[in-house]
Every structure is written in structure tokens, then in C-alpha cells.
Design a protein around this ligand. Structure first.
Ligand code: ZN
Length: 592
């Protein structure tokens, strides 16, 4: 990559001047002070408030939350790009503790909403003043049967700092410090985990195989720590579920996502039934690459004549033009991430692997973090994170804090749609069949990675959590559970090596969150359905789509999507989305 412009670092100056800015501690004190006063005024009195008084109290509650989040968001962003700096790490720990202290003061709000008698809730709901908080109130009440007393909730939150949260932090510190002395084309130098993983997209097969093995071997070497960590985090989840009365490990996620169990089961089964189409693609890819069979280190291999290096400025222009083609409003919102220095793109030691968009809170501009290495994949990732970015930007204009965050299954809608926009633009402009083949391959591989692979992860996660009920799971058994699911996904179309069994140790989502991965499949299939709507309805689709994004988390997925004419409770909905993948594979077959 010979980009004359250096890759950007973000500017967090609108939050704080630096990690030692005295305003950080001042805001933390102010937030705690306001939370304490709020608690003195309202603790134990929520049920007695009328609708108008409750609406005013919730408005004040939002203001305290926004102030408390600010130092924590800053610390989290700063440490995500500099996790090896002692002072930044210390700030991150302090900021989490300070935010927890505030949340402990405020926890009574959700608990009192959850435990209000039905007559009280009916009275509240008849008040026009409370209408903006209707969905928040409904959400607070779905957790009512699982919410413990104020005292227990505070104890749990405090112990989580040295419990679950400490373990996930340890995982991040361990893996972001990974440095590989690795030789590429005669040059041996220290490389980060992100750089090593990107080598799986190198044209040189032997290099891909070496890099793939080096990464997995590294996770295997750390398996004593990581498998203990996984077992502890899973057991923590079990213990908390038992305390709160959840019947299954997935139950709290589904409740939080406002989805019935049947929707998850229908999604997983429909995708698993579609694994043979994925395997057919892998066979076509093997033929196209002139191989008898793909190996796991070939799954992300580029096409010999298709992969090119993209300069940062070209990546920016392509992504912005693709957003603009759907709606100039989206192009403008995405463009501001560049002009307002809200993107951190340069990979460096101590920076977290992967990419994310931090939604912040309404009134504070969202941020995007990527590790840009100039491949088509990196351009797609940029479109993905900027999709999140415009989703937050639109929701932030319309929604108050308590309705801001999209529920998890909706969280990937705009991000995946962003990738579709970019792919559509690139395919439409390309006349060369070899490059078209490469573009189509990348779209199919993205779909398989987002739908089928994430379902594979989810099934592994469900089985591993279920297995934890019988006691500690040895690393060898985690490997066996992982291999089983990988085997179902790849069938005999992809050859697996012994080190592939360690893949579970390298997936941060399985440590940080529970059952998050199926949201990617949900989001991608949903986007295929939306894409069909766009093709059918043309411009009439655009305002309805922007409206969906601006809705943030103000209602359940089922209701927001029903407004778009989509019924996610209908099993054929998922098969319709998968049919789009089948059509792409059919189109691809003709090009091989
Ligand atoms: Zn995403």
C-alpha cells in the first residue's frame, strides 16, 4: 500500500483534552453527586408518582446517565487503541468503577418500574407525558420476574467488576499483547494479531497456511488461561441465571432481544439446512483456485486476478458514493466521520483487533475504529462500521437516551446494508468478468461468514454452555465441540487441520457477550429481505428505511419490521433471505 496520506487516528477532543484532563474526575464526581441527590429524591417513591412526575424523573435520570457515561466512553475509546499504556489502562479501570458507583445509585429506577403493581402501570400508561417512555417501561417490566432486590442487584454489580468483567478484560489484555515474530516475503518482524489474521487473505497459499497455523498455535499455547477463563465466565452466567430464574442459558439474551425462542430456532435450523449451499460454494472456489479441495486457510483466499490494494482515500470515496446512491442524507452523515476526525484506522501494537462503531449517547458524535490494511475486505468493514455510524446518527437526532440503542438483533441492520450498498456499486461499475467474479465471491463469502459461520458459532456456544452444567469443560472437550460444528458447516468440502480445533479460543464475542453471534445472521438475512424490498419498491423504500433507522430502539424488532411489511415470526421469512445467497452462488457458478 503506497498511500501518500497517513491513516487517520481519531480526535476525542470533544470528550476530553487528554487522559489526564482534570475534567474527567470532575465529571465523575458531578455524576455521582447528581445520582445521589436523584436517589434521595426518588428511591422508594417511584410507585407513588403520577405519569407526569414519572416522565420528569426519567428525563432527569437520562441526564445523569449521559454525564456518567461520558468519562467511561472516553476511557473505553482511548484504551481500545492503546491498551498497553499503563495510564490509559488505569483510567479505564477507574472509569468503569466510577460509572458502576453511579449505576448502583440509580439501579432502583428499573427495579421499581419492574415491580410496580399493574394498576399503577395502567395509570402511568394513560398519561400522555409518559408516552415517549412506553417502550422503556415495557422493557423494564419484562425483566420483572428476574430482577432481585436493590441490595442484591448492587452486590452483583459490584462483584461483577472483579468477576466477569475482570475475566473479559484479562482476555483482551492477553490477546492484544500477542506479537508474532513472523516472516513474510523474507522480512521477519513483530506483527499484531490483526496483521496475522489478514495474512489469511494473501495470494500465497503456503504463507496463508503458516499464518493461520501460527495464530491458532498461539491460542493453543495460551489454552490453560483461556479455557479456565471460558469456564469461569460460563459458570458465572449459569450462577446468575439460576439466581434470576432463567430456564436456559439463552433465555436472558432472547428476552433482551425481545424475540421468542421459536424465532431463534427457526433461524438456526433454516441456516443449518442451507449449509450444503455453502459447501457447494467452497467446492466451486476450490475449482476456481485450481485445488482438489479447500483447506481452512483457503476459505478467505483471494482470487488470483481479482484482489487489489485499495488506498485509504479511494476506500473513503467508494463507501461515501455508495451511501449517497441510496440517499444523499446517508452520504452526508457518513462523510462527517471523515471531516470531523471520528475514525481511527491505523493498525498498531496495543490497538484492539477488529473493528467497531461506538454509538456514544445522543448529542455526542459516534466513533468508528477499524484496522485498515487496504484490502477489499477492509473497505467492506469500513462500510459496515459507517452503516452503524449513520444508524446512530439518525437515531440520535430523533430518540432520547432511553430509546436510542437499537435492540441487539436490529443492531446490525444498517451495517450490513452498508456493505450491500458498496457491493452493489462496485458490481455495477465492473465490466471485467474476472473482477466481477472476485466481487461476487467476496459478497458470497461475506454472507457465509455473517450467516452460516455465525450460526455455527452460536450452535457451539449453546452446546458449550449446556455442557458447563455438568462441570468444568477441559480444553480438549471445547475443541471437540468446536470441531463438531465446524464439521457440520464445512462438510467434506473443506479440509481441517488439527490446529483448527482451537478456533473457539480466538473469538472475543464468545467471551464478551452471550449469544451475540446469531444477531449477525439475523441482521444479514434481514438486510437481504430489505434489499428485495428496495429492488421491488425503488425510491418509495428509502424514506421507510431511514424511518426504521431513526426509530433506534423505540420499539420491539417485531413491531418496527412489521411497519416495513416484514413478519419475522414466519419461518419462510428466513428461507427467503437465504434464497438470495443461493441465487448469488448460482450466478457465481456460471463465472467459474
Ligand atoms: Zn457490526
Amino acid at each position: 500500500m503506497h498511500d501518500p496520506q497517513p491513516l487517520p487516528h481519531w480526535n476525542l477532543g470533544d470528550l476530553y483534552a487528554a487522559i489526564d484532563d482534570p475534567a474527567i474526575a470532575r465529571d465523575q464526581r458531578e455524576a455521582l453527586d447528581r445520582a445521589t441527590r436523584f436517589a434521595e429524591a426518588f428511591r422508594g417513591r417511584v410507585h407513588g408518582l403520577d405519569g407526569e412526575a414519572l416522565a420528569a424523573a426519567l428525563g432527569a435520570y437520562e441526564a445523569v446517565l449521559a454525564l456518567a457515561y461520558r468519562p467511561q466512553m472516553f476511557a473505553s475509546l482511548a484504551s481500545s487503541v492503546d491498551s498497553l499504556d499503563e495510564a490509559t489502562r488505569a483510567l479505564s479501570t477507574r472509569a468503569t468503577e466510577a460509572a458502576t458507583a453511579v449505576m448502583n445509585e440509580l439501579r432502583f429506577v428499573d427495579i421499581e418500574l419492574a415491580t410496580a403493581p399493574d394498576e399503577t402501570v395502567q395509570r402511568w400508561k394513560s398519561s400522555a407525558a409518559l408516552a415517549p417512555f412506553a417502550h422503556y417501561l415495557d422493557r423494564a417490566r419484562i425483566f420483572a420476574p428476574h430482577t432481585k432486590s436493590d441490595e442484591v442487584e448492587r452486590a452483583l454489580a459490584t462483584k461483577n467488576l472483579t468477576g466477569r468483567r475482570a475475566w473479559t478484560q484479562l482476555y483482551d489484555e492477553l490477546t492484544s499483547a500477542f506479537s508474532f515474530d513472523f516472516e513474510v516475503r523474507g522480512e521477519t518482524k513483530p506483527r499484531t494479531l490483526a496483521e496475522m489474521r489478514s495474512l489469511r487473505m494473501e495470494p500465497d497459499r503456503a504463507l496463508r497456511a503458516r499464518a493461520h497455523a501460527a495464530v491458532l498455535d498461539r491460542f493453543q499455547r495460551e489454552s490453560t488461561v483461556i479455557s479456565y477463563l471460558v469456564n469461569t465466565v460460563y459458570q458465572d452466567h449459569r450462577a446468575e441465571n439460576a439466581l434470576r430464574g432463567y430456564a436456559t442459558p439463552e433465555a436472558p439474551t432472547l428476552l433482551d432481544d425481545e424475540l421468542p425462542r421459536a424465532t431463534l430456532d427457526a433461524l438456526l435450523t433454516a441456516v443449518e439446512d442451507h449449509y450444503p449451499v455453502a459447501q457447494e460454494y467452497f467446492r466451486l472456489k476450490a475449482r476456481g483456485l485450481g485445488l482438489d479441495r479447500l483447506a481452512t486457510h483457503d476459505v478467505l483466499a483471494p482470487w488470483p486476478d481479482g484482489e487489489r490494494t485499495v488506498a485509504w482515500s479511494d476506500a473513503r470515496d467508494e463507501v461515501l458514493a455508495s451511501f449517497d446512491a441510496l440517499s444523499p442524507r446517508l452520504g452526508d452523515l457518513a462523510g462527517r466521520f471523515f471531516t470531523e476526525q471520528r475514525i481511527d484506522a491505523e493498525p498498531r501494537l496495543g490497538k484492539r483487533d477488529g473493528a467497531f462503531c461506538a454509538g456514544m449517547v445522543p448529542g455526542l458524535a459516534p466513533r468508528v475504529m477499524v484496522n485498515f490494511l487496504g484490502r477489499l475486505h477492509d473497505v467492506m468493514t469500513l462500510a459496515h462500521e459507517l452503516g452503524h455510524g449513520v444508524h446512530f446518527a439518525l437515531a440520535g437526532e430523533r430518540q432520547r437516551l432511553l430509546n436510542y440503542w437499537p435492540t441487539t438483533p436490529m443492531a446490525e441492520t444498517a451495517s450490513v446494508f452498508g456493505e450491500m450498498m458498496l457491493a452493489r456499486r462496485l458490481l455495477a461499475r465492473e465490466g471485467d468478468p474476472a473482477v466481477r467474479r472476485q466481487l461476487l465471491a467476496s459478497r458470497i463469502e461475506d454472507a457465509l461468514g455473517t450467516i452460516h459461520r455465525q450460526v455455527c458459532f452460536t450452535r457451539y456456544e449453546m452446546n458449550a454452555h449446556a455442557r458447563r452444567a455438568d462441570g468444568m469443560i477441559p480444553a480438549s472437550e471445547l475443541c471437540a465441540l468446536w470441531s463438531t460444528e465446524l464439521g457440520r458447516f464445512y462438510g467434506d468440502a473443506v479440509e481441517r487441520g488439527a490446529h483448527d480445533a482451537w478456533g473457539w479460543a480466538g473469538i472475543p464475542h464468545l467471551i464478551h457477550y452471550r449469544f451475540y453471534c446469531y444477531s449477525y445472521a439475523f441482521g444479514q438475512l434481514l438486510v437481504f429481505a430489505l434489499y428485495d424490498l428496495w429492488e421491488r419498491d425503488g425510491d418509495a423504500f428509502v424514506p421507510r428505511y431511514l424511518e426504521l433507522l431513526a426509530s433506534g430502539g423505540c420499539d420491539s424488532p417485531q413491531k418496527l419490521l412489521a411497519a416495513m411489511g416484514l413478519d419475522i415470526a414466519d419461518p419462510t421469512f428466513w428461507r427467503r433471505g437465504l434464497a438470495v445467497v443461493t441465487r448469488m452462488v448460482d450466478e457465481f457458478r456460471a463465472l467459474v
